[in-house]
Design a protein around this ligand. Structure first.
Ligand SMILES: Cc1cc2nc3c(=O)[nH]c(=O)nc-3n(C[C@H](O)[C@H](O)[C@H](O)COP(=O)(O)OP(=O)(O)OC[C@H]3O[C@@H](n4cnc5c(N)ncnc54)[C@H](O)[C@@H]3O)c2cc1C
Length: 216
């Protein structure tokens, strides 16, 4: 399935008139949490409550809060590439949303660039934006293995550091991070869990890999 690119304009309760603060989503974390309001309702946003706790809207005002990667951005825009799959409230929203409709963005968070030399990156369709961004920013040698259809690879399709793989775990078994490398792995929960198990079993220290479930 083809990923859909959503151009998002930041956290406002009305259509943006001054979206020039988007650049702050470009450092310190690769990811954001979208706050998607329920269809047909005026959005209610979270507020800081009396005890400094965040009060989240609930009931019919509850927000859908998926995590996505900032695939690119400028001073006035944040780009998010969504893998379009059935049963997704976020993809349904992105398909039907009209320009200027409000959506919240919380972040950035979820970690910055992995540290190691080389970087070995493994991911499925949902990790394509993160791999794209890491490869774009990193200054160290890197290679990536991706399970995604050719039409879902975006700019990764033209990157010689990227190999399309039918099996991420097989690719992981064959990879060698050497003495200073970092292994970064992101995929569906069972696959990420198995990657973590294999990396631990082969003795790679905990600080030299991450294996994260991107979806369940
Ligand atoms: C750090 C991080 C960064 C991420 N970055 C991106 C990104 O840039 N682009 C992107 O597309 N995704 C990304 N994801 C994955 C995304 O958050 C999940 O796919 C999430 O489930 C999407 O929310 P939803 O509203 O579609 O579905 P949910 O409400 O979470 O789930 C709805 C249904 O869809 C199913 N589902 C969820 N994801 C998939 C899938 N990929 N394929 C098939 N079925 C699925 C679920 O099993 C469930 O049945 C990221 C996840 C993490 C943790």
């Amino acid at each position: 399935m083809r990923g859909a690119r959503a151009r998002i304009w930041g956290w406002r309760s009305s259509p943006p008139t001054r979206p020039a603060d988007a650049a702050r989503f470009g450092t310190g974390g690769l990811h954001v949490r979208l706050l998607v309001p329920p269809d047909g309702r005026v959005p209610a946003w979270p507020r800081i409550g009396g005890s400094a706790r965040v009060d989240w809207p609930s009931g019919p005002d509850a927000l859908h809060r998926p995590v996505y990667t900032v695939s690119d951005l400028g001073a006035d825009r944040v780009d998010i590439d969504m893998f379009d799959h059935p049963g997704s409230p976020t993809c349904d929203w992105a398909r039907g949303v009209v320009p200027g409709a409000p959506v919240g963005i919380m972040g950035p968070g979820g970690g910055w660039l992995p540290e190691g030399d080389p970087l070995l990156l493994f991911g499925d369709e949902t990790a394509v934006p993160a791999i794209l961004r890491i490869l774009r920013i990193t200054g160290v040698p890197a290679r990536a293995w991706v399970t995604a259809a050719p039409e879902d690879l975006a700019a990764l399709g033209a990157d010689r550091r990227v190999t399309r793989s039918g099996d991420l775990l097989e690719a992981l078994d064959a990879a060698n991070p050497g003495p200073g490398g970092f292994v970064w792995f992101a995929a569906r929960d069972g696959i990420a869990r198995e990657a973590r198990r294999r990396l631990t079993a082969c003795g790679l220290p905990r600080g030299r890999f991450s294996a994260i479930a991107y979806w369940r």
